[in-house]
Design a protein around this ligand. Structure first.
Ligand code: DAK
Length: 285
C-alpha cells in the first residue's frame, strides 16, 4: 500500500504546513514556488542543536525528500546572531560515552541526508556557525555567508572533537593541513577569511543575505531538476572514489542525462532561442 507521502496526488504543501506547526525547534516553510526553507529555531541559545532538534530536522528532511514540488532547499538559523552555535553543550554535558557515540552517529546520519537529497541545498550563514553549526553548513551544497559570519570548530576547547562530520568534511574542503590547524586550535574564521579559504561560496552584507539566498535559489529553479540531481549525485559520489572510477561514473551519468527528456527540451530551446521550462522530478520510490 502506498503511504500518503508517496502518493503523487497528495497535497504536500498542506502536509508540510500541518506537520511544521508541530516542530518546537525548527521552522519549515515554502518561501516561493519550489523554494523551501528550514530554519533552526532556538534563538535563546543561539540555535544550539540537541537530540530533539536533530529528530525534528530528520522529519523535515522526510517531508522535503517526499515532496516533488521542492526544487531548492535553504537552511538558516533564527535571528541575526547565529546560524547555529554548535551542539547544545548543556545537553552534551550529561551524555555517557555510549550516548555520545549515538548522538554523533545520529547527527552524522542526519547531516549526510543533505547531500543525499536530489535538490540543491544552500546554507545561509548569518552569524556564528560553530562546531555542529559549521558542520551543518559544510553538509550543504552551497554556503553563502553574511559579512558578520564567524566559523569555527571549537570542540577542542570543550576537550572533545567535532562529532558531526567536521573533522572529515573540513579536510575534504580545505585540505588536511589547514583543517588540522582549525580543528586543533578551534580558532574563529571571519567571513572574509572564509571566502579566501574557499570555505564559503559568497559573502554578502548581512541585510542582503536572505535576498541573495533567494536569488541563488530562484536561478536554480530554472535549471533542469533532473540535471541538478544527476550533478549532485555524481559530484558527491565522485569525491570519495579514485579518479578513474569517478570518470567512469561521469560518463554513465552523462549518458543518463541524454536519456532524459530535459536534455531534449533544453537543447531545442537553445536552438529556438527560447527559454526552456522543466517539470519537477517525480518521486520514484
Ligand atoms: N550550547 C548551549 N548553549 C549555548 C551554546 C551551545 N553551543 N552557545 C550559546 N549558548 C547559550 C549561552 O549559554 C547563553 O545562554 P544564557 O546564558 O543566556 O542562558 C546564550 O546561548 C547566549 O550566548 P552568550 O551569552 O554566550 O552569547 P555571547 O554573544 O557572549 O557569545 C558565543 C556567543 C557563540 C561566542 C558563545 O555563546 C559560545 O562560545 N558558545 C559556545 C560555542 C561552542 O563552543 N560551540 C561548539 C559546541 S561543541 C559529538 C557530537 C557533536 C559535537 C561534538 C561531539 N559527539 C557526541 C561525540 C559537536 C560539538 C559542538 O558543536
Amino acid at each position: 500500500m502506498q503511504t500518503p507521502l508517496a502518493n503523487k496526488e497528495f497535497d504536500h504543501t498542506n502536509t508540510i504546513n500541518a506537520l511544521a506547526d508541530k516542530f518546537e525547534n525548527i521552522r519549515l516553510e515554502c518561501l516561493e514556488t519550489g523554494i523551501y526553507q528550514i530554519c533552526i529555531h532556538r534563538p535563546k541559545i543561539l540555535n544550539a542543536l540537541n537530540l530533539q532538534c536533530l529528530e525534528e530536522l530528520n522529519t523535515c528532511l522526510d517531508l522535503i525528500d517526499s515532496n516533488p514540488d521542492v526544487r531548492v532547499l535553504l537552511v538558516t538559523g533564527a535571528g541575526d546572531k547565529a546560524f547555529v552555535a554548535g551542539a547544545d553543550i548543556a545537553y552534551m554535558k550529561q551524555l555517557s560515552a555510549q550516548a555520545a557515540e549515538n548522538f554523533s552517529a545520529y547527527g552524522n546520519q542526519t547531516f549526510s541526508r543533505f547531500s543525499q537529497l536530489k535538490v540543491p541545498v544552500i546554507a545561509m550563514v548569518n552569524g556564528y556557525a560553530l562546531g555542529g553549526g559549521c558542520e551543518l553548513a559544510l553538509s550543504c551544497d552551497f554556503i553563502i555567508a553574511s559579512d558578520k559570519a564567524c566559523f569555527a570548530q571549537p570542540e577542542v576547547n570543550l576537550a572533545i572533537l567535532p562529532g558531526f562530520g567536521g573533522s572529515q568534511r573540513l579536510t575534504r574542503r580545505l585540505g588536511l593541513s589547514l583543517a588540522i590547524e582549525l580543528v586543533m586550535t578551534g580558532r574563529n574564521i571571519k567571513s572574509d577569511e572564509a571566502l579566501k579559504l574557499g570555505l564559503v561560496n559568497h559573502v554578502y552584507p548581512a541585510d542582503s543575505l536572505n535576498e541573495a539566498g533567494l536569488e541563488l535559489a530562484r536561478g536554480l529553479t530554472h535549471k533542469s531538476p533532473y540535471a541538478l540531481a544527476a550533478i549532485k549525485q555524481l559530484m558527491h559520489q565522485g569525491e570519495n572514489i579514485p579518479l578513474d572510477q569517478a570518470l567512469k561514473l561521469e560518463s554513465q551519468s552523462f549518458a543518463l542525462t541524454f536519456a532524459g527528456n530535459d536534455r531534449e527540451v533544453a537543447m531545442q530551446a537553445f536552438l529556438d532561442k527560447s527559454q526552456a521550462s522543466f517539470r519537477s522530478l517525480q518521486k520514484t520510490s
